[in-house]
Ligand binder design. Sequence first.
Ligand SMILES: C[S@@+](CC[C@H](N)C(=O)[O-])C[C@H]1O[C@@H](n2cnc3c(N)ncnc32)[C@H](O)[C@@H]1O
Length: 352
Amino acid sequence: MTDDLARRFAFHARIYAGDGGTNSSPLYAALSAAIANDPAILALVQHADRHTQVSNLLFAAVHDLLLAGADHLLRAFYASLTQNPGLPAEAYPVFRAFCLQHATAITERVATQRVQTNEVGRCSTLLPAFGLVAQCTDNRPLALIEIGASAGLNLHWDRYGYDYGSAGRVGDPAAPVQLVCWVEDSAHRLPISGVMPMVVGRIGIDLHPITLDDPAATRWLQALIWPEQTDRARLLEAALATARSHPVTILAGDAAERLPDAVAQLPTEATLCVYHSYTLNQCPPPVRTAILQAIDTLAQTRPLWRVSLEWFAGQPRPQLELYAPSNGAARSIRLAECESHGRSIAWQHSDV
Ligand SMILES: C[S@@+](CC[C@H](N)C(=O)[O-])C[C@H]1O[C@@H](n2cnc3c(N)ncnc32)[C@H](O)[C@@H]1O
């Protein structure tokens, strides 16, 4: 049991060491490598759900306690809490002392919380797909259903500003949420027109929706962001504020069961667009199959477009795909490969 946990922390030490991208954290890389050899700290996560990313859960539990105000020398190593953080290589003894001092609060969080992010940066990679749907449907307004909406931040993509470098800008340049996405060299032009597709209805579904007016729930979203990624933390705050100003319903429950309820609340004359990011790749195969069957059933009743941004096992990078209605069956169109937090996109499609 402990050996398995040790292996996971050793593995994640290499992932956190990464390439300097959004999956990298020098602090978590140094801590993970030390935790892998420390049975006392591994014991804190021994009852964690093995299907989750256990290292993320432990680090979020600690980060959450610090964000909630825990007074400890460990704060000095977190870029989210101090301007000049201490060296990651010197953090472990302080981290260890903190964990042992707060063992009860940490094990309670590990047992009850989930690794449930809501990454607003992904809207940069979703937007070109929505633009394509609008383009293919004579710019009729869209009615959105997001499966796995979490706090619903990615249901407000039309309220954000986007900078795609030389490929252009879209959206409100004064919006509090401004997203920058690097467009990789490609033979195919990113299909953005500068005009934001119109949205006339939106609703989310999530097994465990995050309540925007629960400070502990939104602090947990912050706690899941690596401490060095202060730009992501700022974007999250701005997106939470936007979402609070524009309340949207997030239905609680399994998407396969709640889809009919969701569609019943949307205007019938709009183009129905169902989308999901980093959700189906987390579902066990039978759950994934049930959700896809529920979408197919819905597609028998009205034309339905599906946008999928997922990173399935064996794929080199996250994939953006569009499923277009086509004589009762969905036609799958591979659109792009993307960076996991929406920092870059490699568009691969020429025409629909
Ligand atoms: C990794 S989060 C991604 C959230 C958001 N889509 C994003 O990209 O930031 C996956 C979300 O899917 C939800 N989820 C997982 N299985 C689900 C299901 N069967 N039905 C509805 N939501 C589900 C989880 O609760 C979680 O909020």
